[in-house]
Design a binder for this molecule. Structure first.
Ligand code: PLP
Length: 392
């Protein structure tokens, strides 16, 4: 495997990694295990640098024109080939957040509701409530949403716009639904005639050398499923690029919205630049390298947490994605867990942010720090939480 070229001097980049330029900057001395981002050294500056020149050379003025409303054909064709669908089932988006926003405006209307897993991606929930949609939470187990719980909720007769699921490397829990669970969920949703929005941001980041089960979209042939993909986790969120897979009629409905008819493809030049990367094997090499990096980070964090915390906390080792999900004795207080982490100089994400019962869970991202800092963070957390336990 050829590692990406990482010869760019770190100095100018470090100078610009600051508030007002990037979204998340850790306070000095704090190891931040909060954000689900790639750390600076995992962002492919050198690989992306030539892509814009390549795209402009190849496409000329067509790269600077309004792009086709559904996105430029070269990227749609590459995405379709990769995910086993046809190009007319693919629409280029400006990432999952934008795609979800668009779906809320087209499928939702204030007062309608969306069914979500009780514990689920906090900002996805915000996007939906921003649109006046009400959230119906359903119970989950180690494979995500329970089909019987989904069936019960959908039987209540509410006006449900869609079901929002993350069946692969869930954020925040890391869980993966097996193929039979996926088929059951699809059958329940189809029986009620409610579409599923499958948020699939982490599928390419399988860390256990076994491919995750087929997507809901693939199992359903995209009928009744809208799958959201993103390059934010595999390349970089600053590209603001993703895609959506859906039935061709829905793709057409979405792309005939005023925003797209007026402005054309979202992020046209970047979509052509990424097509250059995907078209000749460079994207696959990048993914193989990134998985190695993330695997090392996951192993380091999980091993250091287990060594430091022993049996007092359940530490789920995820099969992919960015997050370790910790389960505490439910009698512990979330505020005191967070305060102890804060005193130790480690930022963590409380489980209640994602809808889980306060005090029972904490999410730790292993994507945003190098291995030595992850080991240090785990040692600090273990000492802080052990002390906090004896203080109670
Ligand atoms: C489950 C999930 N969906 C969507 C996103 C955001 O995707 P994008 O950057 O493409 O908007 C994230 C990022 O944290 C995520 O974890």
């Amino acid at each position: 495997m050829v590692p990406p070229n990482t010869t760019v001097s770190p100095l100018p980049h470090a100078r610009w990694w600051r508030a007002g330029v990037v979204q998340a900057v850790s306070p000095p001395g704090v190891i931040d295990l909060g954000p689900g981002y790639l750390e600076p050294s995992l962002l492919p500056v050198d690989e992306v640098l030539p892509l814009y020149a390549e795209a402009l050379t190849e496409f000329g003025p067509a790269a600077l024109s309004y792009g086709a409303n559904a996105g430029a054909e070269p990227l749609r064709a590459l995405v379709a080939a990769r995910h086993g669908c046809t190009a007319d089932e693919v629409m280029v988006t400006a990432g999952t957040s934008q795609a979800l926003t668009l779906l809320c405006t087209v499928l939702g209307r204030p007062g309608r509701s969306v069914v979500v897993e009780r514990t689920s991606y906090d900002l996805g929930r915000s996007i939906m409530t921003d649109h006046g949609l009400r959230l119906h939470e359903v119970d989950a187990d180690g494979e995500g949403v329970r089909p019987q719980a989904l069936d019960r909720t959908l039987s209540q007769g509410d006006d449900v716009a869609f079901v929002y699921l993350t069946p692969t490397f869930h954020n925040p829990t890391g869980t993966v639904a097996g193929t039979s669970r996926r088929r059951q969920l699809l059958a329940v949703a189809a029986r009620h005639g409610v579409p599923i929005v499958e948020d699939d941001a982490y599928t390419e980041l399988s860390l256990d050398r076994t491919a995750p089960p087929p997507s809901l979209a693939a199992l359903a042939g995209r009928r009744g499923v809208i799958r959201l993909g993103s390059f934010a986790k595999t390349l970089g969120p600053g590209l603001r690029l993703g895609w959506l897979e859906a039935e061709p009629d829905l793709v057409e409905t979405l792309t005939s919205r005023g925003q797209l008819v007026s402005g054309g493809s979202l992020n046209h030049l970047t979509s052509l630049a990424v097509a250059m990367l995907m078209g000749d094997g460079r994207y696959d090499r990048r993914l193989a390298w990134l998985r190695d990096q993330l695997r090392l980070r996951r192993e380091t964090l999980v091993a250091a947490l287990r060594a430091g915390l022993g049996e007092s906390v359940t530490i789920d080792r995820p099969a992919g994605g960015f997050f370790v999900w910790l389960t505490f004795d439910p009698r512990r207080s979330e505020a005191s867990l967070l305060a102890a982490a804060d005193r130790a100089g480690v930022a963590v994400a409380p489980g209640s942010r994602y809808g889980s019962t306060p005090g029972t869970h904490v999410r730790l991202a292993y994507s945003f720090n190098p291995p030595d800092r992850l080991a240090e963070a785990a040692a600090r957390l273990a000492a802080a939480w052990r002390n906090e336990e004896t203080l109670r």
